[in-house]
Design a protein around this ligand. Structure first.
Ligand code: AMP
Ligand code: GLY
Length: 453
């Protein structure tokens, strides 16, 4: 192998002089893994995070500006001569942050406001899928409560009621009984619990199967598909209890075989990127397809327009590419030059939450044991944490994402749960079955393989 002509010291000097300043927007585990991954890039000199959290503060300069404050964020990016801004959460994207930054010649990774409608309006996303023949559940749109109620009376159960707009992950209700469906419609359209986000609703067929997440990064024309992952949305083991932002994830997800991944690329990712381009609203950024693997093939449950949280914590530690280069290529329209390269190991992220989540939960509790994790296959990504004097305290529902790599998924699971044993805070709660579905695919029970005893 030819040795590099540039010494490490020279490389550092080049980075100091030419390296990029990056601003990450958001404060969760997703933003922590983004900072962690970007910190490894030889292209990146300095990282700011607005507003950040207790863990991100060790990697980046945290700036006290909320993710929703688009004008102050742009002013900050200008003042500090930020070279690239990366947006974590959906709300600023749907609010038009990319358009606002670009109008001021600030480079930013993410979709325009029009392209972000794929997440910001479920009605837009479903009608788009219908138009471009992308597999999804049959549906009907309503803007009148009485008409929606009449439709419920003649619809087979189970069915799914969805508010059109952003509802902090609470706008989708899977209904097994007619009364549940009526209550959902009444709450969304009658009581307006999601305000304007519920002025239209979708009623759709309930799909059966296993869920998985496929993320792609696009520059508007070209795209790369990231390795698969699977989230665990419900609060309790065995997928019981209410939906959450995500209680853990792993990558790759064995439910997505190579053949299925090709199919998802051809039937879902490709037509979305082409369709958005054709409509004059090219999609630049992360396209996240939440999928149901049904007997008829993969079907889209919904789109997000950003990295998943906690999917990003399970995917990015396996990415061998330089993330800064990919994000920059997306902004500049040169993604065709990127070839993805993945670590073959498995990665598992187990989310530790504060008791009460996804409802009200206590904050300000000291987190102990973080300094005892010395396993170099494990990284603890912070979500709802804050630095208080010399301590790290809880500051939200999802607190930490304990993330481990392993030669096998079993090893990754074992490492993550071993690390969790060492971390303590008052009323801490986590699922104990993250990764269990992967094991079922890898080691199916004899009855599932058709073998006879
Ligand atoms: P969220 O990502 O928070 O909007 O949650 C949506 C969740 O609702 C998905 O992850 C699925 O579990 C469920 N869901 C949405 N649409 C359907 C559908 N058509 N059939 C079955 N489950 C669905
Ligand atoms: N993990 C689900 C999401 O990011 O929306």
């Amino acid at each position: 192998m030819v040795r590099s002509m540039v010494s490490d010291v020279e490389a550092l000097a080049i980075k100091e002089e030419n390296g990029m300043k990056v601003l990450i927007i958001g404060c969760g585990g997703r933003e922590h893994v983004l900072a962690w991954k970007l910190k490894k890039s030889p292209l990146v000199k300095e990282i700011y995070c607005a507003p950040g959290n207790g863990g991100i503060a060790a990697l980046a300069q945290c700036v006290d500006i909320e993710a929703a404050d688009i004008e102050r964020l742009a002013a900050f990016a200008k003042e500090k001569k930020v070279d690239l801004t990366v947006v974590g959460p959906e709300a600023p994207l749907v609010g038009g942050i990319v358009d606002f930054f670009e109008q001021q010649n600030l480079k930013i990774f993410g979709p325009s406001q029009k392209a972000a409608r794929l997440e910001g309006s479920k009605v837009f996303a479903k009608e788009f899928m219908r138009k471009f023949n992308i597999p999804t559940a049959p549906f009907k749109v309503f803007d009148d409560k009485d008409e929606a109620m009449e439709f419920l009376a003649v619809s087979p159960l189970p069915l799914v009621v969805k508010a059109d707009g952003l509802a902090s992950g609470k706008g989708v209700i899977v209904c097994n009984k007619i009364q549940e469906a009526r209550d959902a419609v009444e709450q969304i359209m009658g009581q307006k619990i999601f305000k304007e986000a519920g002025s239209k609703i979708i009623i759709e067929e309930c799909l059966i199967g296993e869920e998985a997440s496929i993320l792609a990064i696009s520059d508007g024309k070209n795209y790369v598909i990231l390795d698969s992952s699977q989230d665990h949305k419900r609060i309790f083991d065995d997928d019981l209890g209410p939906n959450t932002g995500g209680m853990g994830a792993y990558s790759p997800a064995p439910v997505i075989t190579e053949e299925l991944l090709r199919k998802i690329g051809m039937q879902i990712v490709d037509p979305v990127i082409r369709g958005m381009h054709k409509q004059g609203t090219p999609f630049k950024g992360v396209l996240y397809a939440g999928l149901m693997m049904t007997d008829e093939g993969p079907m889209v449950l919904e789109f997000n327009v950003r990295f998943g949280d906690p999917e990003a914590q399970a995917i990015l530690p396996r990415m061998k590419n330089d993330l800064a280069e990919i994000l920059q290529s997306s902004c500049e329209g040169h993604l065709e030059k990127v070839k993805m390269d993945w670590d073959k190991r498995s990665c598992v992220c187990v989310v530790m939450t504060s008791g009460g989540y996804p409802g009200e939960c206590a904050t300000g509790k000291e987190i102990k044991g973080l300094d005892t994790i010395r396993d170099n296959h494990t990284i603890v990504f912070h979500a709802g944490t804050k630095k208080k004097d010399s301590k790290i305290v809880t500051a939200g529902g999802r607190v930490l994402g304990v993330t481990s790599l392993g030669e096998t998924i079993e090893q990754a699971i074992e490492r993550a749960y071993n690390a969790i044993e060492k971390i303590r805070f008052d009323r801490c709660f986590f699922r104990r079955d993250i990764g269990a579905k992967a094991l079922k695919h890898l080691h199916p029970a004899p009855s599932q393989t058709g073998m006879r005893r």
